[in-house]
Design a protein around this ligand. Structure first.
Ligand SMILES: Cc1ncc(C[n+]2csc(CCOP(=O)(O)OP(=O)(O)O)c2C)c(N)n1
Ligand code: SF4
Length: 248
């Protein structure tokens, strides 16, 4: 019988440490599928963040480098400049990219570094116990905002895809979600496109992926998928914010 669903070659055959129902695993799979389909595994180098995906280097069959918290775009810049034929991607949570690493991502995007950024927004600091992130929704309860995020005190949740889209240099910026089969298909297309932009020498590409954290949201996995649909997507609309023009 012909198998119709197999593990992508670029995804390591190991058990991950992610919590049951966490969608980090789906995003890993989509990245591995894109790498396989573009046949770039031999020249791909991932940059792992600090956060729940700190061990991402164990889960892909490609070369990897660990970066200090938030610094993945700076590390990726160095790798890509030293090895221009490589395909370099960062994998970063919202605490990593939109809080401690805000400067690094804004300047790497503004310089138009030819890297691919996979930005996982789960509206919370997962690894460290569910503290408020810059992306935590207004009124959302976390361990450091037990009465809900007060925007007067903490500001509004940051829409990174829109913010980075105002820069001239980035070529591809999109926001997707992985809470339903249809959204996973869209996410797959966007992630593959973000790698294609780099392979075709077109510069900086970023995909923001809305993801769940059932553990720190205090929800069972299925409810977490619904919470994402009902609460995150209205504030973080899905779509492509920057697309390379054919002539570019
Ligand atoms: C310089 C520094 N500051 C703080 C920390 C603690 N820390 C580790 S992970 C993390 C938050 C990670 O959250 P996020 O990037 O959203 O990823 P998630 O765990 O939700 O996937 C923090 C604050 C650290 N390791 N280094
Ligand atoms: S703490 Fe949250 S983000 Fe981290 S692995 Fe568990 S469910 Fe996923």
């Amino acid at each position: 019988m012909k198998p119709v669903f197999t593990r992508p070659r670029s995804l390591a055959d190991v058990t991950t440490h992610y919590c049951p129902g966490c969608t980090h695993g789906i995003i890993h799979r989509l990245i591995a599928e894109a790498i396989d389909e573009l046949d770039i595994a031999e020249r791909t180098i991932g940059v792992a963040p600090v956060g729940c995906s700190v061990l991402a280097y164990n889960y892909f069959n490609v070369d990897f480098q660990e970066a200090a918290h938030g610094r993945a775009p700076a590390v990726a810049t160095g790798i890509k400049r030293a090895l221009p034929d490589s395909v370099v991607f960062t994998y970063q949570g919202d605490g990593d990219l939109a809080s401690i690493g805000t400067a690094e991502i804004v300047h790497a995007a503004n310089r138009g570094e030819a890297i691919t950024v996979i930005y996982v927004n789960n509206a919370i600091y997962g690894m460290t116990g569910g503290q408020m992130a810059p992306t935590t929704l207004a009124g959302q309860k976390t361990t450091t905002s037990p009465y809900g995020r007060d925007v007067k005190l903490c500001g509004y949740p940051i829409r990174m895809a829109e913010l980075l889209s105002t820069l001239v240099a980035p070529r591809y910026i999109a926001r997707v979600a992985v809470n339903s089969p249809a959204h996973v298909q869209q996410a797959k297309r966007a992630i593959k496109r973000a790698f294609e932009v780099q392979v075709n020498d077109r510069g900086f590409a970023l995909v923001e992926v809305l993801s769940t954290c059932p553990t720190n949201w205090g929800l069972p996995p299925k409810k977490a998928l619904e919470w994402l649909e009902e609460n995150m997507i209205p504030y973080y609309p899905l779509g492509e914010f920057k697309v390379p023009k054919e002539a570019e």
